[in-house]
Design a protein. Structure first.
Length: 201
């Protein structure tokens, strides 16, 4: 099994995110915080769906086929606009700073751009920032062409209801640079003899 770390770091390109996971693995092994069989990596698209509460509810062979297909299902519930404290999105604070900024009418999270991790209400699994703040790189390719990778979670620049859906996916070339892109680490507990994850957390 694996555990998603409750942190998001800003990273413009996926290679930087993977390099951080490697560094964190080596650092925490040296400090005795994880075993030699444990390691950090980026989440898969499926893991991200389970984390946000829609695992097993999506249909489709690829992330592209699953993209934004679950209507009116958001990380905070079923209503739009989001309730206060739901996450960091394009809001009144951003509008006041940037002017002429697309935003969620009547929503105010108090941050112009990114917010400190854990500033908003966690989901039932105790995971923070699955809605807003920074889009998060995943391991998977978007479609069979294997040209672009998946980003989940939307960011502080997003405001439209479709982009905020739990099933929404962004896709981009691995070298994409953006101030709204980050990542979340997954701690892989161990690898079984068959190559799958062993029980334990």
């Amino acid at each position: 099994m694996c555990a998603l770390r409750k942190a998001v770091r800003i990273s413009p390109i996926i290679d930087s995110a993977r390099a951080f996971c490697t560094w964190l693995t080596e650092t925490e092994r040296q400090r005795g915080r994880i075993s030699s069989k444990q390691f950090y990596r980026l989440p898969t698209d499926a893991e991200w769906s389970w984390a946000v509460g829609i695992g097993g509810r999506e249909t489709g062979a690829s992330p592209k086929e699953k993209n934004a297909k679950l209507e009116n299902v958001f990380p905070w519930g079923t209503q739009y606009p989001p309730p206060p404290g739901a996450g960091n999105f394009a809001d009144q604070t951003a509008l006041n700073y940037f002017t002429n900024w697309p935003h969620i009418e009547g929503y105010n999270d108090g941050y112009v751009t990114t917010a400190p991790v854990g500033s908003f209400t966690p989901n039932p699994l105790g995971l923070y920032d699955l809605a807003g703040n920074a889009m998060e790189w995943c391991q998977d390719f978007y479609d069979p062409s294997q040209r672009q990778r998946i980003l989940r979670g939307v960011a502080w620049i997003n405001c439209g209801p479709k982009s905020l859906l739990s099933s929404s996916r962004e896709h981009a070339a691995p070298n994409r640079y953006s101030v709204a892109t980050g990542f979340r680490c997954v701690l892989q507990a161990s690898i079984g003899a068959n190559g799958g994850s062993a029980a334990g957390k």
